[in-house]
Design a protein around this ligand. Structure first.
Ligand SMILES: [Zn+2]
Length: 270
């Protein structure tokens, strides 16, 4: 089963003989179609000049990326716990070396996704490790490759005991975060993809309807995102790319970033 992969967003579609006519995710106003028009590849083709890289971010947490970077270029995260492992977000390639490395880390029990741009080849990862895939019901329409492994949830789910997957909305109605209380030496970590994006100044985060097209969110939604993560204790925030990490005092960074964002929306400048 090759499964067609969109070259712009990296999301895998079913194996249909001929590639789909268009990528619904890239036609949405939050994404775009490149100069060359809609282009497709397969995992076999990707594996010819790219590889999966897996690097420890901190004890119990490994980054999973693709090099050279492909499509949006995100790196996923594998959270290893005594009660099971969760792959947070996904990439478009799973090669033999990564399969062996991930198995060595204990495999994958559940795959949780921040939002549709990072669905990648999640069904293929789930099939390889017998994992469940948890997707918010609010984003059901964005599932491009159906699978019996996909389970829908409403606002909160526990993919393995001790981890909390929470829908907080914003970038997508179903945009989610994963709370890992044992992260950052027991002070807690919040894994956000770009539901809450860690910006270049890593003491800050931001929130957008579209990142490539720079479409902001409204005041009520930004404040709601900040409010919805207040129930979690976390020191560190892991964004969706290598190095995009608020290393400490992450909860305060989310709060002050939401306040700054709303201040700018209301015309206040420093
Ligand atoms: Zn696409």
């Amino acid at each position: 089963m090759p499964g067609w992969i969109c070259r712009t967003c990296g999301v895998q579609y079913p194996d249909t003989g001929q590639p789909p006519g268009a990528c619904a995710i890239c036609l949405d106003e939050r994404q775009y179609v490149g100069w060359g028009g809609q282009q497709w590849t397969t995992m076999t083709e990707l594996g010819q000049d790219r590889q999966v890289v897996i690097r420890e971010e901190e004890p119990g947490l490994s980054g999973v990326g693709v090099e050279p970077a492909f499509a949006i270029g995100q790196r996923a995260l594998l959270v290893c716990t005594p009660h099971g492992n969760v792959l947070w977000d996904c990439v478009s390639l799973l090669d033999d070396a990564a399969r062996a490395q991930l198995a060595g880390l204990g495999g994958i029990d559940a795959i949780c996704l921040s939002h549709p741009h990072f669905y990648g080849a999640s069904v293929e990862f789930a099939d390889a490790f017998g994992a469940r895939i948890l997707i918010p019901r609010a984003d059901e329409q964005w599932i491009q490759r159906p699978s019996p492994r996909i389970e829908l949830f409403d606002d909160e789910a526990e993919p393995v005991p001790g981890l909390t997957l929470a829908r907080i909305g914003g970038h997508f109605d179903g945009a989610a975060v994963l709370h890992w209380p044992a992260g950052s030496g027991g002070r807690g970590a919040l894994l956000t993809g770009d539901t809450i994006t860690v910006v270049a100044d890593r003491d800050w985060v931001s929130f957008m309807w579209s990142y490539p097209n720079l479409i902001p969110l409204d005041e009520a939604t930004v404040l709601d995102i900040a409010r919805r993560v207040e129930r979690f204790a976390f020191d560190r925030v892991y964004g969706g790319w290598w190095g995009r990490i608020v290393v400490s005092d992450g909860a305060a960074a989310v709060r002050r970033s939401a306040d700054r964002y709303v201040a700018r929306l209301n015309g206040e400048r420093p």
